[in-house]
Write a protein that binds this ligand. Structure first.
Ligand SMILES: Cc1ncc(COP(=O)(O)O)c(C=O)c1O
Length: 365
């Protein structure tokens, strides 16, 4: 049996080990200088005024919706195709997630569909930077202006990418959130963050993150514990310093995939996400959509039997059966059923790209 090629693998090196050592040699394990520095660098990376680091990408989404006042009786429009964390966060606030379809080329929110779905119950709209493609900031802002509804950008996979106008992942919307789960572009083990430009909003998010505490022993409201500790923050700082070279390596790997898979694409056996001219994909994942004639389950089984880590690209929350509520998303349903993610990680070798692409060519006759 050949060596297992993992679907994803975090890249942890000497910089991360010495960052962890720095924290362990001190006395502050939470709420210290590592957190402050991590938040400063993150805000810079996303071209934002403020960053509030959290315990996960999901808690970042929940706090953002909380700060927007989302609650029972409200609807939140959510891009259908994407990990269901955003729809779950809406449900956790007691509100209803309404699925909005994607466009077939970008796999990102269809803004015309979003406009049509807005109703008097709509309290917020969530875009998702799927697989590392950054949603257009201009489209987000136009939607906010035309509907008067705030947009929350789930940029969990978009850190380091840019839209067609060169605006970085996380730069648009009332707030944007990131995840630092080990499968993301940088990792803190578990962790996340919210970025925004409004100082008052950032202050509110910090309070919600810390049980509603307003300082000096006073409480501004109820809140929760969604804090990120010093070890995680130090890890995040070390990873952020390496973001650019890691993005370059990911881009080279995806270019390698596309070159090797071009014949399969040209013969319509598979396709991949298409972005507008000038956009920079962060390549959190590389996913392909299989033609309808192929059985995805069978394809995955064969690839796995050849020691290749792979799985569904991601999900449409309208299809997973855990969310009630209206919202038709037929294009997202196709990707939910037929798209797969292929191995992509720092340190992946070209012989491994060959193995994955050869196996794919064999299984897609
Ligand atoms: C698009 C998206 N949003 C949110 C999340 C949730 O992030 P976390 O796992 O850090 O809670 C994920 C994680 O998989 C994701 O892919």
């Amino acid at each position: 049996m050949p060596d297992w090629i993992p679907l994803a693998r975090p890249s942890i090196g000497d910089a991360e080990r010495s960052a962890a050592q720095r924290v362990l040699s001190g006395t502050m394990l939470t709420g210290g200088a590592e957190l402050t520095r991590f938040e400063e660098r993150l805000a810079q990376t996303a071209a934002r005024g403020h960053a509030v680091a959290t315990s996960s990408g999901t808690s970042a989404l929940e706090l953002s919706l909380w700060a927007l006042g989302v609650g029972p009786g409200d609807d939140v429009l959510v891009t259908a195709f994407g990990f269901p964390a955003a729809a779950n966060a809406v449900a956790a606030r007691g509100a209803r997630a309404i699925a909005v379809d994607i466009t077939s080329d970008s796999w990102l929110m269809d803004f015309e569909a979003a406009k049509r779905a807005v109703s008097p119950r709509t309290k917020a709209i969530v875009t998702i930077d799927q697989l590392g493609a950054v949603t257009s900031g201009a489209a987000i802002e136009a939607l906010e202006v035309s509907t008067g509804v705030p947009v929350l950008s789930d940029a969990a996979c978009g850190l380091g990418g840019a839209d067609e106008d060169g605006r970085p992942g996380g730069a648009a919307g009332r707030m944007a959130t990131f995840s630092f789960h080990p499968r993301k572009l940088i990792t803190t083990g578990e962790g996340g963050a919210i970025v925004c430009d409004d100082e008052e909003l950032a202050r509110r998010l910090r309070q919600l993150r810390n049980h509603g505490q307003a300082g000096g022993g006073s409480f501004a409201s109820i809140g929760t514990n969604a804090r990120l500790g010093e070890l995680s923050s130090a890890l995040g700082l070390a990873q952020l310093a390496r973001l650019e070279p890691m993005l370059v390596e990911r881009r080279m790997l995806v270019t390698g995939y596309k070159e090797r898979l071009e014949a399969l694409r040209a013969s319509s056996r598979l396709s991949w996400q298409q972005l507008p001219e000038g956009a920079v994909h962060a390549n959190q994942s590389f996913s392909v959509l299989l033609a309808d004639k192929f059985q995805r389950g069978e394809v995955l089984k064969v690839l796995q039997s050849k020691a290749i880590g792979c799985g569904p690209a991601t999900y449409s929350f309208a299809e997973i059966g855990t969310h009630e509520g209206p919202g038709e998303a037929p294009k997202a349903a196709v990707l939910h059923r037929q798209a797969i993610s292929l191995p992509l990680y720092i340190g992946m070798r070209s012989a491994e790209l060959d193995r994955v692409c050869d196996a794919l060519a064999e299984v897609l006759p």
